[in-house]
Write a protein that binds this ligand. Structure first.
Ligand SMILES: Cc1cc2nc3c(=O)[nH]c(=O)nc-3n(C[C@H](O)[C@H](O)[C@H](O)COP(=O)(O)O)c2cc1C
Length: 175
């Protein structure tokens, strides 16, 4: 049976992308698929140095969790017209663990002009690790949130749609 994972990569305790990830995780749990959750801000991960970082216990735990999943939703903040350095560090620390995964994205941003910001990251997963990236992602600005809640029904529906697509793509590709 396929296994799924939702990864939250924001370090902000009031993160909007984490709220989006929680919506996707709840939806996958309701669909009764085998789904795990991991929040990189709780792991005390080192910065990737291309050397000693790989022996770090938290980096190894993250790597094992990623390896165990077939389909992964990455919830990420948009920083400087890219995803955050923490989201990139996650890939640098875990490398080959990403091979052949199906990936969906949930991005939180400050403004609509950063809409395509996830593409460099998505390309690196596609070309470096042959991931299949779902050609639909969720992009939400602060307007979609009311304090610690997602207040925009359209964004909520789109998150659920991406989660459903993750399951559909993963089942089709992994059998
Ligand atoms: C260092 C930094 C850089 C940012 N750069 C962008 C940006 O390029 N485009 C944008 O739309 N928002 C930008 N923002 C706003 C964040 O995307 C926004 O606060 C979002 O909610 C972050 O995700 P999070 O709430 O999950 O942490 C930036 C915020 C920070 C702190």
């Amino acid at each position: 049976m396929s296994k799924y994972l939702v990864v939250s990569t924001s370090g902000n305790p009031e993160s909007n992308s984490r709220i989006m990830g929680c919506v996707a995780f709840a939806h996958l749990q309701k669909a009764k698929v085998d789904c795990d959750w991991i929040d990189t801000s709780e792991l005390d991960l080192p910065l990737c140095d291309g050397d000693k970082c790989y022996a770090n216990a938290a980096a190894q735990k993250l790597k094992k969790t990623i390896e165990a999943a077939d389909g992964i939703i990455i919830a990420a903040p948009v920083y400087n017209f890219d995803v955050s350095a923490a989201a990139k560090n996650m890939i640098e620390l875990t490398g080959k663990a990403w091979e052949d995964k199906v990936i969906g994205f949930l991005c939180a941003a400050g403004g609509t002009s950063s809409y395509m910001s996830v593409m460099a990251y998505a390309n690196s997963l596609m070309l470096d690790f042959r991931c299949v990236v779902i050609p639909r992602f969720v992009f939400a600005t602060g307007d979609a949130f009311d304090d610690d809640k997602l207040a925009d029904k359209k964004i909520e529906e789109r998150i659920k749609q991406v989660a459903d697509e993750l399951v559909r793509f993963t089942k089709a590709l992994r059998g």
